[in-house]
Design a protein around this ligand. Structure first.
Ligand code: FNR
Length: 183
């Protein structure tokens, strides 16, 4: 049985390099993984006051959608050496109400992407810090810091063979990781 994996992208821009890397991973994924993008751009900013009476329908929908997945692939750009607000917001929304986190126990992997040389190292590790608290077993190796992202694509097509090979190893290893940490 294929493991269902949600793909969350921390960039909302149309030509996002991060989304292109995520799409490449979807294409390279083995049949044991079923990857699906879950959009996070319309989630209102988390506000605990809204939780009690009438939570925004998009929060409820997001929580229900995420519940059906076996694991999560986080693809994040780096904003000011951390995770973009839209991704942190989705994490916060999914983590509440207290005791009902949709993240709990789900195996995860993180790929960070940047046109710069450091490949979003800071964002990658800030995100990993949250995953510890959310009790998500996060794949440790291979680490994925995709740098120089502007040079890797021709349109949407990944044209760098070394990166493709690396992403293949990454997603194959994640398939094994998701299997190992399945319920
Ligand atoms: C950036 N960028 C950036 N890049 C980086 O390597 N480290 C950083 O800390 C930052 N900080 C940062 C802050 C903000 C507010 C913006 C808008 C951008 C540049 C960033 O990597 C670049 O815009 C990428 O193209 C964003 O990823 P997507 O949208 O292409 O996926």
């Amino acid at each position: 049985m294929a493991r269902k994996i949600a793909v969350l992208v921390g960039s909302l821009r149309k030509d996002s390099f991060t989304r292109k890397v995520a799409k490449a991973l979807v294409q390279l994924a083995p049949p044991t993984l079923e990857l699906e993008f879950v959009e996070i751009g319309e989630l209102p900013l988390y506000n605990q006051d809204l939780e009690t009476d009438n939570p925004p329908p998009t929060w409820t929908e997001f929580r229900q959608t995420m519940a059906k997945f076996d694991g999560v692939l986080f693809a994040t750009p780096e904003y000011n050496r951390s995770v973009p607000a839209c991704l942190k917001n989705a994490i916060d929304v999914g983590s509440r109400p207290y005791g009902h986190s949709i993240w709990n126990g789900k195996p995860a992997a993180v790929v960070s992407v940047s046109p710069g040389n450091l490949g979003g190292f800071g964002a990658n590790h800030h995100l990993r810090q949250s995953l510890v608290f959310l009790n998500m077993p996060a794949m440790q190796m291979p680490e994925a810091y995709v740098g120089g992202a502007a040079k890797l694509f021709d349109g949407d097509n990944l044209v760098n063979d070394d990166t493709r090979k690396f992403l293949q190893t990454f997603i194959d290893t994640f398939a094994a990781w998701a299997e190992r940490h399945a319920d």
